[in-house]
Design a protein around this ligand. Structure first.
Ligand SMILES: Cc1cc2nc3c(=O)[nH]c(=O)nc-3n(C[C@H](O)[C@H](O)[C@H](O)COP(=O)(O)OP(=O)(O)OC[C@H]3O[C@@H](n4cnc5c(N)ncnc54)[C@H](O)[C@@H]3O)c2cc1C
Length: 478
C-alpha cells in the first residue's frame, strides 16, 4: 500500500494535546485547541458535540466524509436524500463537531448582488461571473426554503442587507460594478439604491455616501450545521469526532484506506469537506488553498440599538474593497455580531503578517480594539456611556479558505477516482454551500455537472489548479 500522494509527517493529535508549532501554513491539519465562538458558547449541549470521541473507527464504510462543517453535514444530508443509506456514511471530524469556520463565522447569509462582478469577470469571463452571482441569490432562497420546510431552529432571519459605501471612492467602485453587471445582462431587479441623506437615514450611518439594499439574512450557523448532522445521524449516519483523517492510501479493489489515530477505514468514496485544511490530505492543493484568519465579535447593545431600535437589516460597511466591517443584529437576543475584514490598513504590520495561518486558538486584541473603535465611529449613536454588561461581549477567530480564482472547488478529484471535494469558499460559504454540497451529492450518486446547476468554474480539475496564479482575489463579501 502506498499513500496516494505525499502526506504531511505524522503529528501528535488527540484530546488535550496541542498541535506542534508549524512553519508550513498550508499542509496542516486543524489546530487541536481552537477558541470557542459565540455560536459554540451557546450550543455546548449539542448531543453529538463529541460523538465517538474515544472509540475506534469502523473497519469500512461505503462513504467517508471528512469534515463536519456545513459542507460535510449538508453533503451527508443530501446523499441520504438522493437514496444513499445513512448507515453507509461515516463523518470524520478532527475536533468537536462543527468546530471549523461553520461554527465560528459572522452569521451572515449574504449573497453578492453585483459587487464581485468585475473581479469575477476578469478571471472567469462575464458569463461565469453572472452565474456566480446568480448562484448566490439562489443559495439564499434555498436556505430560506430549507429552514421553513424542515422547521430548523437556527435563528434564521430573512431580511435585507445594505452595502454601505463610506467613501466616495468606494461609492464610485460600486456604481461601476452595478453598471457593468447590469450591462452584461445581470439581474438587478431586487437591488435598491439610495444616496446622500436617504442612504444615511435608512442605514443609520451618518457618513454613508450611498447604499444598496437587497434580500439577505442571518442565522446561527452552528445550529444549522448541528441540525444537519443530527438529522443524518437519526437516519443512520455516524460521526467520529476528535478523529482526524491523517493519510489516505490506495487499498485493494478500488478502495481507499482512510487512516486516523483510532484505526483505518476502508471506503469506496472519500469526500473532502475540509475547508482550509484540504491540502493536508491533498498536497496538490498546497499552493491553491490558502488559510486566512478572520475575526468576529459579539457586542451587547446599548439602549441606542435595543428594543424597538434593533437593526432589522444586516450590513457590510465599506471604506474600500479590502477594508470593511460586517454587521448583523440577532433578532431574538439583540446581540450584534461584528466581523472585520482581513486586510485592514489600520492594523500594524505584525497583525497583517498573522493573517495567513491555521491558528484559531485566540482572538487578536488589536483587531478587537479596531472593531470597537470603528463601530462607534460608524454609528455615533453607539458612542454613549455603557452600563456594566453592555459593550464588547466576546471575540473569536476562525480560518477561511482562499483560492486564487476566488471560487470553490467542487466535484470528483479525477486523478484519485472515488475521491471528491467541496471546499475553498473564500470566506463566503454561507452564500455558496447550499448549492455546492447538494450538487456534489448529485455528482457522487451519478448525476452530471449540468444537473448540479453550478457555475462551471467551480468544478475541480487539474487544469484549474495548474492555472492558479497570484492574481488579485475578490474580497469575501460578508
Ligand atoms: C470569522 C469568520 C467569519 C465568517 N463570516 C462569514 C459570513 O458571515 N458569511 C459567510 O458566508 N461566510 C463567512 N465565513 C466563512 C464561512 O464560515 C465558511 O466559508 C464556511 O463555514 C465553510 O464551511 P465548510 O464546511 O466548508 O468548512 P468548515 O466549517 O471549516 O468545516 C471543515 C471541517 O473539517 C474539519 N477537518 C479539516 N481537516 C480534517 C481532517 N483531516 N480530518 C477530519 N476533519 C478535518 C475541520 O475541523 C472543520 O470542522 C466566515 C468565516 C470566519 C472564520
Amino acid at each position: 500500500m502506498a499513500p496516494h500522494s505525499v502526506s504531511p509527517p505524522p503529528r501528535a493529535f488527540g484530546h488535550g494535546t496541542d498541535s506542534p508549532p508549524h512553519t508550513d501554513t498550508r499542509n496542516c491539519l486543524p489546530r487541536n485547541a481552537p477558541c470557542l465562538s459565540y455560536w459554540h458558547r451557546t450550543t455546548r449541549a449539542f448531543k453529538y458535540l463529541t460523538a465517538n470521541a474515544e472509540s475506534t473507527v469502523p473497519a469500512s464504510s461505503l462513504y467517508v466524509i471528512i469534515g463536519s462543517g456545513i459542507s460535510g453535514a449538508l453533503t451527508a444530508f443530501s446523499l441520504i436524500e438522493n437514496g444513499v443509506k445513512g448507515e453507509d456514511i461515516v463523518i470524520l471530524e478532527a475536533r468537536e463537531a462543527v468546530s471549523g469556520a461553520s461554527g465560528r463565522n459572522a452569521g451572515h447569509v449574504r449573497p453578492d448582488a453585483f459587487r464581485g462582478f468585475q473581479a469575477y469577470a476578469a478571471t472567469h469571463g462575464s458569463e461565469q461571473a453572472i452565474k456566480i452571482i446568480k448562484n448566490e441569490k439562489l443559495v439564499f432562497e434555498k436556505i430560506d426554503e430549507f429552514v421553513k420546510k424542515h422547521n430548523v431552529h437556527c435563528d434564521f432571519h430573512p431580511t435585507t442587507t445594505f452595502d454601505v459605501c463610506l467613501t466616495p471612492e468606494f461609492a464610485a467602485y460600486e456604481a461601476d460594478s452595478f453598471t457593468a453587471f447590469q450591462r452584461a445582462g445581470g439581474d438587478v431587479g431586487h437591488v435598491k439604491f439610495y444616496q446622500g441623506e436617504e442612504a444615511q437615514r435608512r442605514t443609520r450611518v451618518p457618513d454613508a455616501v450611498a447604499a444598496y439594499e437587497w434580500p439577505a439574512g442571518s442565522s446561527h450557523p452552528a445550529k444549522l450545521a448541528q441540525w444537519l448532522l443530527s438529522n443524518s445521524i437519526a437516519k443512520g449516519a455516524k460521526m467520529w469526532t476528535y478523529c482526524p483523517a491523517t493519510q489516505i492510501f490506495k487499498g485493494t479493489q478500488d478502495h481507499w484506506e482512510v487512516q486516523t489515530p483510532r484505526g483505518t477505514i476502508q471506503a469506496e468514496k472519500v469526500i473532502h469537506c475540509t475547508n482550509a485544511s484540504a491540502a493536508a490530505l491533498l498536497p496538490q492543493l498546497s499552493s491553491f488553498i490558502t488559510p486566512n484568519k478572520a475575526q468576529a465579535h459579539s457586542v451587547i447593545p446599548t439602549r441606542a440599538f435595543s428594543g424597538d431600535k434593533v437593526l432589522e437589516s444586516t450590513m457590510s460597511l465599506r471604506y474600500s474593497m479590502h477594508h470593511f466591517y460586517s454587521l448583523i443584529q440577532r433578532q431574538d437576543d439583540g446581540t450584534i455580531i461584528l466581523g472585520v475584514s482581513r486586510a485592514n490598513p489600520e492594523m500594524i504590520a505584525e497583525t497583517k503578517d498573522q493573517i495567513v495561518g491555521f491558528d484559531d486558538s485566540s482572538a487578536n486584541s488589536e483587531i478587537v480594539e479596531d472593531a470597537m473603535r470603528r463601530f462607534k465611529i460608524i454609528f455615533p449613536e453607539a458612542n454613549t456611556k455603557t452600563r456594566h454588561g453592555e459593550g464588547l461581549d466576546y471575540a473569536w477567530t476562525g480560518i477561511i479558505a482562499m483560492t486564487p480564482d476566488s471560487v470553490p472547488l467542487v466535484g470528483p478529484i479525477d486523478e484519485l477516482p472515488g475521491q471528491y471535494i467541496c471546499a475553498g469558499f473564500n470566506g463566503h460559504g454561507m452564500a455558496r454551500i447550499f448549492t455546492c454540497a447538494p450538487g456534489l451529492a448529485r455528482l457522487i450518486t451519478g448525476g452530471s455537472w449540468v444537473e448540479t446547476g453550478l457555475p462551471e468554474c467551480f468544478q475541480y480539475s487539474v487544469e484549474r489548479l495548474s492555472k492558479a496564479s497570484q492574481k488579485s482575489k475578490t474580497e469575501s463579501a460578508w
